[in-house]
Write a protein that binds this ligand. Structure first.
Ligand SMILES: CC(C)(COP(=O)(O)OP(=O)(O)OC[C@H]1O[C@@H](n2cnc3c(N)ncnc32)[C@H](O)[C@@H]1OP(=O)(O)O)[C@@H](O)C(=O)NCCC(=O)NCCS
Length: 351
């Protein structure tokens, strides 16, 4: 794929007045183009202003530059040499049947405050679409989902990501603490739950054994998992894995923030024992952190069934998962149907 340096020049709507601080005194003329490597800092500053965050350059570079699936595609919107808006497309390798497709997680869309309300958002979005040849995926709020559907029309499909919560102290009796010693025997084999600090080749084996039965999903091989959960600067993830007879049969990623706990990701062989053991480990972790409520987002019915058994109840979902087809080719397959995806909170860059 060759990426042109400049997408297009847009004359803004007639009624768009130049921002008061502008020196031109003429109609606002902006251009959208790909971000240049020297512009990471400007883009990060804009992100921090727009989202009221303090993201450091280390996290910015981790997110956009060191991703094993490739560098992010950032489309910036420029006015008189200044970046006034951008969107990032962060590559993900996605398993679709027996194929691997490069897709882009869309995020970090922002417009400089003085430039909002002038139609820069659609301009950036469509500029971005010109650069992807496959599929864009996004995890959005309801309002954003509605705005994007309006802008991108039929190319945009979305469905809700079921959210489940469980309150930790009331209602349910604790599950018998079969893993309190972190070691027990099942079917004569040794099973351990271990705290995981890095994902080794055993996790590639896990992926190889579970992936043939999984729907469309981001490929969770060790390189990706390390980047996503271990190398992310200042991350607060806690990872546990189920190991049986030397083989990893599953992992779970947890976070405790304030009084709320989140099960961010889970992947296991389809063995209820393993899933339940990891959920119990999660309970133990959250209880020790004095967490009151646990949240899990999961599209997968198998896991949802087990979570329900363990006291989780479905709530109104606040998250939407959407796919954006960049080509007709994608439309011919079912891979853009969000219902056919395996999605967890960790598929969102906000987690
Ligand atoms: C969201 C944001 C990018 C919109 O930019 P903008 O310049 O105001 O948008 P535009 O003028 O191009 O408007 C395009 C459409 O987006 C809608 N929109 C504006 N803000 C929105 C928001 N926060 N959520 C959803 N839709 C929004 C508008 O209603 C408009 O639709 P309309 O023309 O039918 O009314 C901008 O407000 C921003 O940078 N906000 C802070 C960062 C942020 O929240 N980013 C989004 C999350 S990734």
């Amino acid at each position: 794929m060759t990426l042109p340096g400049r997408i297009r020049h847009v004359n803004m709507r007639q009624d768009n007045k130049v921002p008061e601080h502008s020196a031109t005194g003429e109609g606002l003329k902006v251009s959208a183009r790909l971000m240049a490597p020297r512009e990471y800092e400007a883009v990060n500053d804009l992100f921090n202003r727009a989202f009221h965050k303090k993201r450091g350059m280390r996290e910015c570079m981790w997110k956009y530059k060191t991703n094993p699936a490739g560098e992010a595609i950032c489309v910036v919107c420029e006015h008189e040499g200044k970046i006034v808006g951008y969107i990032a497309g962060m590559p993900r390798e996605v398993q679709v049947g027996d194929k691997i497709i490069k897709s882009y997680l869309l995020g970090d869309l922002c417009i400089e405050e003085d430039y909002r309300g002038r139609g820069l958002f659609p301009m950036i979005l469509f500029g971005y679409l010109k650069h992807i040849t496959t599929l864009g995926i996004a995890i959005l709020s309801k309002r954003m989902r509605d705005t994007w559907s309006k802008l991108a029309g039929e190319r945009f499909k979305s469905s809700a990501i079921p959210k489940m919560t469980r309150s930790i102290n009331i209602g349910l009796a604790d599950i018998p603490s079969i893993i309190s010693t972190h070691l027990f025997r099942r079917n004569g084999g040794d099973s351990h739950i271990i705290k995981t600090v890095t994902f080794g080749p055993e996790y590639d084996d896990l992926w190889d054994s579970v992936s043939p039965n999984m729907p469309t999903m981001v490929i969770r091989k060790s390189r990706y998992l390390n980047w996503r959960f271990v190398e992310k600067p200042d991350n607060d993830y806690e990872i546990y894995s189920w190991v049986e007879d030397g083989r990893v049969l599953g992992y779970i990623v947890l976070t405790a923030r304030g009084s709320e706990g989140m099960i961010g990701d889970i992947l296991t062989v389809r063995n209820t024992h393993v899933v339940e053991g990891l959920i119990q480990q999660a309970m133990k972790f959250f209880r020790a952190k004095n967490i009151k409520k646990i949240v899990v987002y999961a599209m997968d019915e198998y896991y949802r069934g087990i979570f329900k058994k363990h006291g989780f109840a479905e709530t109104d979902s606040g998250m939407f998962f959407s796919t954006l087809n960049a080509t007709d080719e994608v439309d011919k397959t079912d891979k853009s149907n969000p219902e056919k995806w395996f999605i967890t909170a960790a598929d969102s860059d906000a987690y």
